[in-house]
Ligand binder design. Structure first.
Ligand code: ADP
Length: 153
């Protein structure tokens, strides 16, 4: 198994945008590890365990997808599991500006690891986890924006 890719993120919560990127990336890689970075400086809305369980549930039908958590540098995590690729989704030029710095620094830290970008599907461009959190906080229904059948509460 050579082509292992890590799709890192907070997934706070997992959205249809994330799900679509993983499914599309399956045609490029042998295995995708959707990995939640456990960053103590970032306060998340949903607990880590819930976010991990949603990943496991949503991708259980895909043998090429695994869910995991990690702490520390993403490139170190990639190395520890033998992954040579990082997948990131791009919605807008703001995403690009943010990702460009991280990707170039990651390249200096770990030259063997390539970051691969997938442009979001047009229907997912406005979709962010933070909008889904706002909908939930304000008593709205997040169902159209999260994977079909997933229950967040
Ligand atoms: P992070 O905290 O690393 O930004 P996120 O969970 O917000 O984590 O996002 C993880 C990855 O998924 C990032 O590469 C982000 O750009 C991408 N992503 C988030 N939402 C979408 C979407 N609607 N369409 C495509 N990619 C997305």
């Amino acid at each position: 198994m050579n082509n292992i890719a890590v799709f890192p993120g907070s997934f706070d919560p997992l959205t249809r945008g994330h799900e679509a990127i993983v499914i599309r990336a399956l045609s490029l890689f042998d295995q995708i590890v959707v990995a939640i970075g456990d960053n103590p400086d970032k306060r998340c809305f949903f607990p880590l365990e819930k976010r991990l369980n949603w990943l496991k549930e949503v991708f259980s039908a895909y043998p090429g997808v695994k869910a995991d958590t990690y702490s520390g540098l993403t490139v170190e995590y990639c190395k520890s599991i033998g992954a040579r690729y990082i997948i990131r989704g791009l919605r807008t030029s703001a995403d690009f500006d943010f990702e460009q710095c991280i990707t170039q620094i990651n390249k200096q830290l770990q030259p063997d690891i390539e970051t691969v970008f997938l442009l979001s599907a047009s229907e997912h461009t406005p979709l962010t986890s933070s909008i889904v959190r706002d909908i939930i906080r304000n008593g709205g229904d997040p169902a159209p924006f999260i994977p079909i059948g997933l229950r967040l509460q």
